[in-house]
Write a protein that binds this ligand. Structure first.
Ligand SMILES: Cc1cc2nc3c(=O)[nH]c(=O)nc-3n(C[C@H](O)[C@H](O)[C@H](O)COP(=O)(O)OP(=O)(O)OC[C@H]3O[C@@H](n4cnc5c(N)ncnc54)[C@H](O)[C@@H]3O)c2cc1C
Length: 250
């Protein structure tokens, strides 16, 4: 006898508003009665799988596995930047007119559906760490910002963040002892290699473009706690990128 697989619930919210944070980052807020059912997993990198339907949203209940198999569902992965009693906040990089989620967010308007699976996640800054290091690019900026804002008062932290333009830099709301360095995507790896990691117990969060993250893994070999992950890959849409991760892991 086969045990039926428990289906992951589909969460349904409604867009309540959008705002451009920088020329390449658009914030989408969403709320509604479905918000209460979205679990809070306590991770500052909590992420969801947004659902997009190439032929339009199907009538009735949504079976993600069946729709995906039929080519009627595609997903994109996004961080929950913040959550209030009424709203969930997601910040999207708008990397031009290519792709699905970036252009969707740029055009989103109040009343639009926001459907997703999740959340997953695996990181929150360890309060007992002696120092913290955040490394990433604009795709990881929402998770980096949430992590920085969760640091205890006076925590020692450094962030190296790659942006294409100075206008894409943002401010962090933190009481930590934070040193932020904005760098270009081409120099991120070299800049991180040049950082003298402090002694003591460290906690590193390094997420972003996969090629850069792969080069950085050996740099953090001796670090006590490491969260390192590729978020996207140059020249690959997300489905192809996720498939390449599965092939690499096999
Ligand atoms: C756990 C997790 C959390 C994430 N959180 C966020 C988040 O909060 N905000 C966010 O913006 N992204 C986030 N990302 C990255 C996001 O899922 C990818 O960038 C995704 O590919 C964007 O989908 P798209 O439909 O816009 O582009 P796709 O259709 O997937 O890709 C189209 C083309 O655009 C390129 N591309 C994709 N992303 C970028 C980018 N950021 N910059 C430049 N070119 C790109 C691709 O290489 C491809 O050539 C996260 C990824 C993961 C795994």
């Amino acid at each position: 006898m086969t045990t039926p697989q428990r289906q992951r619930p589909v969460h349904a919210l409604t867009v309540t508003g959008t705002e451009w944070l920088t020329p390449h980052m658009v914030r989408v807020r969403a709320g509604g009665p479905g918000l209460a059912a979205v679990p809070d997993n306590g991770c500052t990198d909590a992420y969801v799988k947004l659902l997009f339907f190439p032929d339009g949203r199907p009538e009735g209940a949504i079976d993600p596995a069946a729709l995906r198999a039929a080519g009627r569902l595609v997903t994109r992965t996004y961080t929950i930047r913040a959550r209030t009693a009424d709203e969930l906040v997601i910040d999207f990089v708008h990397h031009g007119d290519v792709g699905l989620a970036g252009p969707w967010a740029a055009a989103a308007k109040p009343g639009d559906d926001l459907l997703f699976l999740g959340p997953g996640g695996g990181y929150a800054p360890a309060p007992e760490a002696d120092w913290h290091l955040f490394v990433g690019d604009t795709a990881a900026l929402p998770a980096i910002a949430a992590g920085i804002e969760a640091l205890p008062v006076g925590a020692r932290a450094t962030a190296l963040i790659a942006v294409d333009h100075p206008a894409d830099e943002v401010k962090f709301d933190t009481t930590a002892d934070l040193d932020v360095r904005w760098v270009s995507p081409d120099s991120l790896v070299e800049e991180v290699r040049a950082v003298a990691l402090p002694t003591g117990s460290g906690h590193v969060f390094a997420h972003g473009e996969t090629g850069a993250m792969k080069q950085l893994r050996p740099v953090f070999a001796g670090v006590d706690r490491l969260s390192l992950s590729g978020y996207w890959r140059k020249g690959m849409a997300e489905p192809e990128f996720q498939e390449s991760k599965r092939t690499d892991a096999a």
